[in-house]
Design a protein around this ligand. Structure first.
Ligand code: NDP
Length: 250
């Protein structure tokens, strides 16, 4: 498979760390122009400079994806600066597991706001460009980062898992809706992966469980490789769902 992405115009949300950062680097290394979205402007600037230094093209935009107006404005700016987006990696997410009886309603809401509403804001802002790009170049990609938690049961992960089940199911429906318009839709479902995601967890039981499987976890680069592969396939091929597990994770 030829994984050159020269000429592609990509957007990665959650590009300031972990899977998003690794994906942005690999897309740029394959020749895509990459718009980097997240809240931490300093981290995005550093990443953009690093990509530019190695001959790539990147554009940093400090955006909170839970704010629909800001996301829409960013989509317009990217179109003007780079051209029509043909590869969207909808990756920003947060994981805050805790026993439901603790009623951490603040954490429930943060996960729903980002993993569902934020993801939808990004879909809404960029789908028109993806459809235009699909018609013009024969294929465009909408890659949503879901999780193995969309289907596997992990103790105390109810709200997070439900947000990811939403992402996987949404992706299946959007694929059926947009495929005939030459927009491929994929859900990527990673198992446990090294990133900053686990640093936000406040529940001690989950922290201990994570520490126990630290050594077998995937690297963010492994997920990035899979996203690059997905977007590099011939236009007729759409990986609908890709589950990537650490070899040692049951
Ligand atoms: P990180 O915490 O390293 O990355 C999360 C990214 O989301 C950061 O770049 C963060 O940047 C960004 N983000 C958070 N809130 C917002 C917001 N309101 N607006 C815009 N960007 C935001 O974790 P991962 O790389 O692991 O997570 C990426 C995706 O992978 C998530 O959807 C996660 O659910 C999924 N995933 C991760 C797994 C793992 O084990 N790591 C397993 C399965 C799925 P900033 O704070 O600068 O805004």
């Amino acid at each position: 498979n030829d994984t050159t992405l020269a000429g592609r115009i990509a957007v990665v949300t959650g590009a300031s760390s972990g899977i998003g950062e690794a994906t942005a680097k690999q897309l740029a290394a394959r020749g895509a122009k990459v718009a980097l979205l997240a809240r931490r402007a300093d981290r995005l600037q550093t990443l953009a400079a690093e990509i530019e230094k190695t001959g790539g093209t990147a554009f940093a935009l400090a955006v909170d994806v839970t704010d629909a107006d800001t996301v829409r404005a960013a989509a317009e700016q990217i179109e003007q600066e780079f051209g029509t987006v043909d590869l969207l990696v909808n990756n920003a997410g947060v994981m805050l597991p805790a026993p439901v009886e603790e009623l951490r309603t603040d954490q429930w809401q943060r996960q729903i706001d980002l993993n569902i509403t934020g993801l939808m804001n990004v879909v809404g802002a960029f789908v028109p460009q993806l459809v235009t790009a699909g018609a013009e170049r024969g294929v465009a990609d909408l890659v949503n980062v879901s999780s193995i938690a969309a289907k596997n049961i992990f103790r105390n992960f109810a709200v997070y898992s439900a947000t990811k089940a939403y992402v996987t199911q949404l992706s299946r429906h959007l694929r059926a809706e947009l495929g005939e318009k030459h927009v491929r839709v994929s859900a990527i479902e990673p198992g446990m992966t090294h990133s900053e995601l686990h640093g936000h967890v406040t529940d001690q039981g989950v922290q201990e469980w994570t520490a126990g499987i630290h050594d077998i976890m995937l690297h963010s680069e492994d997920i990035a490789e899979t996203i690059v592969f997905t977007a590099s396939l011939p236009p007729r091929v759409n990986l609908q769902q890709v589950t990537i597990m650490p070899t040692g994770q049951p």
